[in-house]
Ligand binder design. Structure first.
Ligand code: 0RA
Length: 654
């Protein structure tokens, strides 16, 4: 997948914007700012593909969310308009329209044209400022063909229009109204974005999430057909946890809910235990998903372990357990959402989604300690269930340890040998090495012969790997295929030992057949990477190979096709050259094994010609939902999911 580098200037964007001679220094600065955004949009919104496009909406919605966090707004309306533009309405105070004394411009115009002005206004205590968030409405404006803002304030309606960021006249009062709020409509610039179609499902995921996180807020999403969905959850985080666990069996009647404030920090937590073995903790700071965690998550874990442990000791619930509980034992089957509001959040980490504020850790810890122990005292039956679950985890941990000891040697995972099935590459520099995980021995054979052995390694898998969604840790480590993968990667495994630094390959490429079994194996592998080696996905190390589906032949000429459209247009053009007399033969590749080594190399493995799909997890919550639906125990939701999504499945030979 080709993504523009953050520093790549956008080609073919008219940089020169005509500047009227009456413009002063202020205006030149403003125009420079707008021009910079248009030259390097990725610096401001991440990319110019689907992700960046949707970011435009989030950016405008974030402003309305700021009003909500300040207590001034309880309603947001997002409409995908038939002409491709988007409208966002709130019932906040309305962007001020009075004239700034020095700049001689309305506050509205400054908000919409001065890059970075959003942050300079007093937007309330809990500013949205993580990662790419908070770059401001001016960035959206600069990247829009046109943008119109209506402000409802002081009994009047004000209006201003912009084109590619430039005001088309001053803000004007165009009518009277007793409403309050802001309405922004923008048309993403087709000169900037490679993709200009919004996807309703992506927008709905984020709006639903925002509604869970702000229980007083109601968000309506309207699609191009006029169809509306309303998101309003009075249960807030409690409902968020129930939504996350909808395909799992919960052990509690309803989630534990904690709310507390200290100084200017607000802490909200909901948690429950289910009958699976994974942990799902989603954390937010000022409504931003902190994918890399941070101090709020550390505080949460410490308090959870300490409080539950202390309660269990005190009530003698651990009497037949001969070992001490560890932090990991509290993770099995835990689903939790942690949401904190912090006045001056410090974001760290690779993607600036890790909270750094040290005071937040002790605030979360104190609030959770206090309230969870109170909850425990008044809900002894719930605590019994939780402690039983935790004890189960501890006993399974102990069983795994004993199993290892019994074999009287170091665990295979700690041995230095490589698996016998691996055909390794010859160079040692991981950055330049690739591991192909291939389905089946016959495809493995072709891949081994076709590869460039200097930097490409091949690991053939025998068949289906274990479904890790349903398995406990020690069961996984008994599975030959999984052991082989871990050994080949060199990363080791498990909370303490896993390390991306030990990874032996820069790219891990999953190469399976284009049929149902291939899709299943690919999903099993992705489940494994998502649940147990998520860091590799986040680091952009996991890829999916794209073998062609067809070989179209006519006489000596031959071309590969990756989908039906391509196949048709190739056959069409072969007919026209050869003036309709062509005898066209189309071969459908069912499996990788049908390709000879040279074909596999030239179509799928040769870096100069292949295309790889980069696996990324944009939305961990959504990914968790997909995996728990597809790989979990409940049959009904899986059937529903497959029925709903079947039309999105391409290149699948059913
Ligand atoms: C600056 C100051 C004030 C409100 C806003 C910005 C504001 C911005 C947006 C953007 C979308 N909706 C918005 N609603 C409000 C406060 C002005 C005052 O004190 O009345």
């Amino acid at each position: 997948m080709q993504e523009a580098d953050i520093n790549t200037p956008t080609p073919s964007i008219p940089a020169a914007i005509p500047v009227p001679s009456s413009y002063g220094a202020n205006n030149i600065q403003v125009l420079d700012g707008i021009e910079h955004v248009r030259m390097r949009p990725a610096m401001y919104i991440g990319d110019i593909h689907s992700r960046g496009l949707h970011h435009l909406i989030y950016e405008i919605v974030d402003n309305s969310i700021d009003e909500t966090l300040g207590g001034f707004n309880d309603y947001i309306f997002v409409s995908l308009n038939p002409d491709g533009s988007v409208t966002v309405i709130d019932r906040g105070r309305g962007i001020p329209v009075d004239i700034h004394p020095e700049k001689q411009k309305s506050a509205l115009e400054l908000v919409m044209t001065v890059i970075g002005a959003g942050g300079k206004f007093d937007k309330g205590a809990y500013k949205v400022s993580g990662g790419l968030h908070g770059v401001g409405a001016s960035v959206v404006n600069a990247l829009s063909e046109w943008c119109e803002v209506e402000v409802y304030r002081d009994g009047k309606v004000y209006f201003q229009r912009f084109e590619r960021g430039i005001p088309q006249g001053d803000v004007k009062a165009i009518g009277s109204s007793d409403k309050r709020g802001t309405k922004t409509t923008f048309m993403p610039d087709h000169l900037i974005f490679k993709i200009t179609e919004f996807r309703k499902d992506i927008i709905i995921d984020r709006m639903r999430e925002l509604a869970f996180l702000n229980k007083n807020l109601s968000i309506t999403v309207q699609d191009t057909e006029g169809e509306q969905e309303i998101f309003h959850f009075e249960g807030g985080l409690k409902e968020f946890v129930q939504f996350t666990d909808q395909n799992r069996l919960s052990l509690l009647k309803e989630p534990v809910y904690i709310y507390g404030e200290r100084d200017t920090t607000i802490v909200e937590i909901a948690l429950q235990y289910n009958d699976t073995y994974q942990e799902n903790v989603f954390s937010y700071v000022n409504n931003i998903n902190t994918q890399e965690g941070g101090t709020h998550v550390t505080g949460f874990r410490k308090a959870l372990t300490r409080t539950l442990n202390a309660y269990a000791q005190k009530n003698d619930l651990l009497k037949n357990l001969k070992l001490a509980l560890t932090g990991d034992d509290f993770k099995e089957g835990l689903t939790a959402v942690i949401s904190v509001k912090v006045a001056e959040p410090q974001f760290e980490g690779q993607t600036k989604t890790k909270l750094g504020n040290s005071e937040t850790q002790s605030i979360v810890e104190t609030i959770l300690n206090e309230q969870l122990s109170e909850y425990a005292e008044s809900n002894p039956n719930v605590l019994k269930v939780i402690i039983e679950k935790v004890k189960g985890a501890a006993m399974s941990r102990e069983a795994a340890r004993k199993a290892k000891e019994l074999t009287r040697r170091k665990s295979v995972l700690e041995s230095s040998g490589l698996p016998g099935k691996l055909a390794d590459c010859s160079i040692n520099d991981p950055e330049h090495c690739e591991l192909y995980i291939v389905e089946g021995d016959s495809a493995g054979g072709s891949a081994k012969q076709g590869r460039d052995r200097s930097f490409q390694a091949i690991l053939p898998l025998k068949g289906k790997i274990l479904n890790v969604e349903k398995a406990r840790l020690h069961k996984m480590l008994e599975n030959e295929e999984i052991k082989t993968i871990i050994l080949a990667l060199g990363t080791s495994f498990g909370e303490e030992e896993f390390s991306t630094e030990k990874l032996r390959y820069g790219k891990i490429i999953i190469m399976t057949d284009a049929d149902v079994d291939g899709a299943h194996i690919r999903t099993l592998l992705l489940t494994f990477f998502f649940r147990h080696m998520r860091a590799l996905i986040d680091a952009g190390r996991v890829f999916i190979a794209q073998p062609p589906l067809y070989l179209v032949k006519s006489g000596k000429e031959q071309q590969y096709a990756w989908d039906d459209d391509e196949r048709n247009s190739i056959s069409e053009s072969m007919r026209k050259m050869q003036k309709g007399k062509a005898n066209i033969h189309i071969q459908r590749y069912k499996g990788l094994g049908e390709m000879n080594p040279e074909q596999l190399w030239s179509t799928t493995m040769d870096p100069a010609h292949r295309s790889l799909l980069l696996v990324s997890v944009e939305n961990a919550m959504e990914a968790d939902h997909v995996f728990s639906t597809l790989m979990g125990d409940k049959v009904e939701p899986r059937r529903d999911f497959i029925e709903k999504n079947a039309r999105y499945v391409r290149r699948l030979d059913v």
